[in-house]
Design a protein around this ligand. Structure first.
Ligand SMILES: Nc1ncnc2c1ncn2[C@@H]1O[C@H](COP(=O)(O)OP(=O)(O)OP(=O)(O)O)[C@@H](O)[C@H]1O
Ligand SMILES: [Mg+2]
Length: 268
């Protein structure tokens, strides 16, 4: 089981949409995915219909219950979730007081690895550089960064790379690597979006996924129907884009392509 953190401290860039849609697209291909919601807003949990009645990530994180008992099955075959509820916001303070507070999530999730029930575990991160995000980065094997196709797309990315480097250097997670950068909400009708994509590709080269996620209103509709885009508009370009991403993701995983920060260093 590999752990992938979907992270960018910038808000509203498509982290949750990507976590949900990529997970659903992988599940559709028969890959077994556990989506762990690390955002107290709980948007991914609501989309999957997991309300946390038997407990949530909060209870696992503070050590009250084993993570394995907090897993909920979803209506999607091959997709499970550990939901987040608002009390997770309070866990920031509780976890901060613990010894080894950076690696608490890693410790809590590690028994799941031995179960052999999931191929990938995706962490939907909150839009901040707090304790929850640091814990997610410490628990992850790789980080996938959604970037919105807009003028200031790269703003803040340096900071994220710096934090990633700190996590690595602190010894909390020396092997953390970058799975890729994903350009989201692409609108080819403007001149700006293609220019931004070109700039990001020039800068980060093959770290950027070939797959571009188009901007379509279908994404905004899907969560209000409590569904992923794969269910809401299965034949639409949004669903197709995330299926293509799932293919590209698996291809990279098979080849062992990952990167150190934004640099284009391969390792397998
Ligand atoms: N490709 C897209 N096209 C159009 N709208 C999109 C697309 N991707 C996401 N959205 C919409 O943009 C908004 C923000 O997306 P999302 O919640 O996935 O971002 P986020 O990075 O998880 O936000 P937060 O930082 O608050 O957690 C949502 O309303 C979502 O429906
Ligand atoms: Mg989100």
């Amino acid at each position: 089981m590999k752990i992938i953190a979907v992270a960018n401290q910038k808000g509203g860039v498509g982290k949750t949409t990507t976590t949900l849609s990529l997970s659903a697209a992988l599940a559709e291909k028969g890959v077994r995915v556990l989506l762990v919601d690390v955002d107290p807003q709980g948007n991914a949990s609501s989309a999957l219909g997991a309300s946390g009645e038997k407990g949530s990530l909060y209870h696992a994180l503070i050590g009250e219950k084993p993570a394995a008992e907090m897993v909920y099955s979803t209506r999607i075959e091959n997709l499970w979730t550990i939901p987040a509820t608002l009390d997770l916001a309070g866990a920031e303070v509780e976890v901060a007081r613990m010894e080894g507070h950076l690696t608490q999530l890693r410790r809590v999730l590690s028994p799941l690895k031995d179960l052999g029930l999931y191929d990938y575990l995706f962490l939907d991160c909150p839009p901040s550089l707090g304790i929850l995000m640091s814990n997610a980065l410490s628990a992850a094997d790789e980080i996938l960064v959604p970037i919105q196709c807009e003028y200031y797309a790269l703003e803040g990315l340096g900071l994220l790379m710096q934090v990633t480097e700190q996590i690595r250097a602190s010894g909390a997670n020396p092997d953390l690597s970058l799975c890729g950068l994903l350009m989201t909400m692409y609108d080819g009708r403007t001149n700006l979006n293609p220019a931004v994509v070109k700039e990001v590709r020039n800068h980060f080269q093959e770290v950027v996924f070939d797959t571009l996620i188009p901007r379509t209103v279908r994404f905004a509709e899907a969560p209000s129907h409590g569904r992923t885009i794969i269910e809401h508009d299965p034949a639409g370009q949004g669903a197709e884009a995330y299926r293509a991403l799932a293919g590209e993701f698996l291809e990279r995983q098979k080849k062992g392509v990952a990167f150190v920060s934004g640099a284009t260093a391969h390792h397998s």
